[in-house]
Design a binder for this molecule. Structure first.
Ligand code: HEC
Ligand code: HEC
Length: 378
């Protein structure tokens, strides 16, 4: 049973049959062979949200306030300032919701500045109390509605910079005034659809790998789009600040690519064995070239059919990885202008909305840690 599947897979990879999502299915029961455990998916999603949130708070909100006096304010549009970290997250979350994947996330607190951010149910309240008591353990529950199941998890949201605590303490609407650096200010509630199966009297929950990749990508794309449009593009247009590869020396904004890659570096330190990168057939930085034939062919395919991601299963030694490449588009004119004018860019005629490259997402599919063994006695 195992061998034919392996050969089939290998053939898929060798023949670049990557156009349709490649999901292994066993012939008898059409249950996917590899489901990703929901708690692992939740950790991936949380790490992406948290990675961008940390980069945004530390390298933009905190650093630019200290170095060039650029504030983050609630009325950022009129003030020509940075959106608050909570507003940045709310905008990305709205962008993700508009993708209709069933994935959603929001910030909450037991001491909300905005009463709308208080717990909306007893479970949310219990979750916030729980993560306050043990911030390293997310609170989890499964919700069942008619024909759908959703996985719900609340992660602690900590004051990662001094300003998180200071601004909340000083805000007239804040019910709590003594937050310190590192304290739990609230929580992030993440919700996404899952599947259930029962086999041999045992019930498991799982997420299809292609869905897990779509969820991860939706958040990455939202972070990237909101950052490029509402931070870089807007502040450049208003001549408040600008994006620069030397953002540290220049006290400037990180390039959109750096925003994504710095968050990705942060996530590597968590050792989740999950990764994402930006690649292109016309890279400014040669390190961002496709790393293998799958990535090269995927990028070529996307530059011709820009609406479809490319998904597949890769092997590296004994480890099986799910890999997906999503088109990365020029969402604002600043993407196009900067790349076309860059001395190291091999292509100088990008257009608005064109595919400039791809975002590669990959995570392990290991059976040992996975949920089920399909062949009894294997
Ligand atoms: C300059 C002020 C400011 C900074 C800095 C700031 N916040 Fe907030 N935060 C707010 C405001 C104002 C709201 C309410 C936004 C709204 O209307 O939804 C908020 C909302 C929140 C919420 C949702 C609950 C609530 O209070 O409404 C959480 C949780 C939160 N912030 C955590 C943080 C963390 C963690 C940081 C640092 C990464 C941070 N905040 C940085 C002002 C700030
Ligand atoms: C101000 C200049 C600037 C802006 C604005 C900018 N980029 Fe880039 N971009 C760069 C530089 C420089 C790199 C190389 C970064 C590195 O060293 O990894 C890069 C890297 C990339 C890469 C990886 C391949 C490569 O060229 O190395 C992609 C894809 C990409 N950018 C797409 C975009 C998109 C899409 C936008 C708009 C959302 C955008 N860029 C906005 C300068 C810019």
């Amino acid at each position: 049973m195992r061998t034919p599947t392996r050969i089939l897979l290998l053939l898929c990879i060798l023949s670049w049959a990557w156009m349709a999502p490649v999901i292994e299915t066993s012939a008898e029961d059409s249950v996917p062979l590899d489901g990703v455990p929901p708690d692992r998916v939740a950790h991936y999603l949380h790490s992406v949200i948290e990675g961008s949130r940390t980069i945004y708070s530390q390298y933009l909100v905190e650093r630019l306030k200290e170095t060039v006096g650029l504030d983050a304010t609630e009325n950022w549009e009129e003030d020509n300032t940075l959106p608050l970290p909570a507003q940045f997250l709310a905008m990305t979350s709205e962008h993700v919701r508009s993708q209709n994947l069933g994935l959603s996330y929001k910030l909450m607190s037991l001491w909300p500045i905005n009463p709308k951010n208080g717990p909306a149910s007893l479970l949310e309240k219990k979750g916030l109390q729980d993560v306050l008591a043990s911030p390293d353990d997310p609170f989890v529950w499964i919700e069942e509605n008619k024909n759908s199941l959703s996985y719900n998890t609340i992660f602690a949201d900590k004051a990662v910079t001094r300003q998180c605590a200071a601004c909340h303490n000083n805000h007239p609407e804040s019910p709590k005034k003594d937050f310190k650096l590192g304290d739990v200010l609230g929580g992030i509630h993440i919700q996404f659809p899952i599947h259930r199966r029962t086999e041999g009297g045992k019930t498991d929950h799982y997420v299809l790998p292609e869905m897990a990749a779509d969820y991860i990508h939706a958040i990455l794309e939202a972070d990237r789009t909101i950052y490029a449009q509402y931070v870089v593009h807007r502040l450049e247009k208003k001549k408040v600040n600008y994006a620069s590869a030397n953002w540290w020396e220049n006290n400037a904004l990180l390039l959109p690519a750096q925003f994504l890659l710095n968050a990705s570096e942060l996530i590597k330190t968590l050792r989740l064995n999950f990764d994402y990168r930006l690649i292109s057939l016309w890279p400014i930085n040669p390190n961002n070239r496709p790393a293998n034939e799958f990535e090269r062919t995927g990028l070529k395919f996307m530059s011709e059919s820009p609406h479809h991601p490319v998904k597949g299963i890769m092997r590296s030694g004994n480890q099986k990885y799910f890999q997906a490449i999503y088109p990365d588009r020029a969402v604002t004119t600043s993407c196009v202008k900067c790349h076309n004018a860059h001395p190291d860019s091999p292509k100088n005629n990008f257009l608005l909305n064109q595919v400039m490259g791809g975002i590669v997402v990959s995570f392990p599919l290991d059976r040992e840690e996975g949920l089920v063994s399909f062949t009894p006695g294997e």
